[in-house]
Design a protein around this ligand. Structure first.
Ligand code: NAG
Ligand code: NAG
Ligand code: NAG
Ligand code: NAG
Ligand code: NAG
Ligand code: NAG
Length: 395
């Protein structure tokens, strides 16, 4: 086991000692969408140019379904001509269940959405944002080729440092405040973590350990998935996975048990909005037709039939599995086990109100430029109202 040095503290990267996690929830096959709630409202948190449809609409329009291979598809509408000033339909789903500390989330996908204006994410959040925390597992914008991982905390005290993770530290401060919501971030360094590369490689697996010792995220392209996961399974043992891509270990000032409350899982695809749609961010990977401005992302992509038709703007998911560390499986000292994690599982389930918390997912490190996403203000009256509300919350 590696020993990492953090200031005067010397402690092991303890994701390895907690032993096996047991399968408690699997979303896959024909029943994939059981247990998820559809947003059914404008994107009023990240200000994207989409309407997140209801389950009924998603089913009717074929935006959320299980394909012939038995995989779940979640997609942006690419069959409707969208008039200027209107939004395009897309999907945002979140689990009704909030999973407690002492959980491992594994997602196996063969396709991650990409394209100019496209901003997909697989992430988790607590009931009260940002107080209850947010973990961004898969997140990318436009034609960016490397996944970004993030932790957002409402409480102050978590600061990401280099602790032996393989990803590149990009932003250190995890605290989300009224004026800053970047979160602490790591960039994936392995090839094919998102975008066309991920899809051509046959996809891959992301695994997240949400533990009292910290939050750790691993990525494997299809060819590198550990056999213990691909052959799995009803239990996983994170200690054999090696160094994670992103590591947010608990410290004296960063109490993960307090800062990251039980988390619901979220899958969504928005367009433009407060990260992908920022002119400065958009131009980094996408061509600009005309003069770059606030509406470039929207005007160049979202309207009419969509450019280039959003044919790649879909998730294809084999499964999402949730594993839990509980009394039966805890193999080490009780001081490091998340006591009570199993018992809180059912009590933290909710009746399913995924829209009850505000969640500006993440923004880029360019947020400080003052590029307030006025891009949204061209939208409908309801959208403007939501945007103003959100802007007043965020800025
Ligand atoms: C998990 O794996 C580690 C290292 O391979 C091993 O030492 C430990 O006993 C395993 N724990 C369980 C509960 O299987
Ligand atoms: C621990 O997980 C296993 C596997 O899901 C389950 O059978 C067992 O009942 C759980 N124990 C507790 C105390 O929840
Ligand atoms: C992190 O950000 C918060 C909120 O802006 C600030 O209060 C705190 O001092 C920052 N921490 C560090 C280590 O810079
Ligand atoms: C650029 O925009 C103009 C109209 O604004 C349009 O006629 C033209 O086809 C666009 N060119 C490209 C390459 O998208
Ligand atoms: C929409 O996307 C699918 C693939 O996701 C593609 O097969 C189809 O041709 C696209 N439709 C249009 C109208 O471009
Ligand atoms: C977003 O819209 C939903 C549904 O109308 C609402 O419940 C929620 O409070 C809104 N959130 C924000 C931040 O405006």
């Amino acid at each position: 086991m590696k020993i990492f040095c953090l200031g005067l503290l010397v402690f092991p990267l303890t994701h390895g000692v907690l032993g096996a996690y047991n399968l408690v929830q699997e979303y896959s096959g024909q029943s994939f969408f059981e247990g998820w709630d559809f947003y059914g409202a404008y994107d009023n948190t990240t200000l994207g140019d989409v309407f997140f449809v209801t389950e009924q609409t998603a089913t009717t329009l074929h935006l959320a379904y299980v394909n012939s291979a038995g995989n779940a598809i979640i997609r942006v509408d690419n069959t409707t001509s969208v008039p200027s000033n209107q939004k395009r339909n897309s999907v945002y789903i979140s689990t009704a269940t909030y999973f407690p500390i002492g959980s491992v989330f594994i997602i196996d996908l063969s396709h991650i959405p990409y394209g100019c204006s496209v901003w997909p994410a697989f992430w988790t959040k607590g009931a009260d944002w940002p107080t209850d925390g947010e973990i961004d597992i898969i997140e990318t914008v436009n034609l960016v080729n490397n996944n970004q991982y993030a932790l957002h905390t409402g409480y102050n005290g978590c600061v990401a440092t280099n602790v032996g993770q393989t990803g590149t530290l990009a932003n250190a401060n995890c605290t989300s405040t009224a004026t800053s919501d970047v979160g602490c971030t790591f960039q994936e360094t392995q090839a094919n973590s998102v975008g066309s590369g991920f899809n051509s490689a046959g996809g891959g697996v992301y695994a997240t350990q949400f533990d009292v010792s910290g939050v750790y995220i691993w990525f494997w392209s299809r060819a590198n998935i550990p056999s213990s996961i691909s052959s799995s399974t009803t239990s996983v043992n994170t200690s054999s996975w090696g160094s994670p891509s992103a590591a947010f270990p608990a410290t004296d000032s960063c109490d993960i048990s307090k800062f990251v409350a039980p988390q619901q899982l979220v899958l969504d695809i928005t367009l433009c909005g407060s990260w992908a749609g920022l002119a400065s961010v958009y131009q980094e990977t996408c061509p600009v037709n005309g003069t770059a401005g606030l509406n470039t992302c929207y005007d160049n992509n979202v309207i009419d039939n969509g450019t280039p038709a959003y044919a790649e703007a879909y998730f294809e998911i084999s499964y999402v599995k949730v594993f839990s560390l509980n009394e039966t499986s805890t193999s080490t000292s009780s001081s490091t086990s998340s006591s009570g994690s199993a018992s809180t599982l059912s009590s933290t389930s909710t009746s399913g109100s995924p829209t009850s918390s505000s969640s500006a997912s993440t923004t880029s490190t360019t947020k400080a430029s003052g590029a307030i996403p006025i891009v949204q203000l061209r939208s409908t009256a309801a959208g403007v109202f939501a945007a103003m509300l959100t802007l007043s919350l965020i800025f």
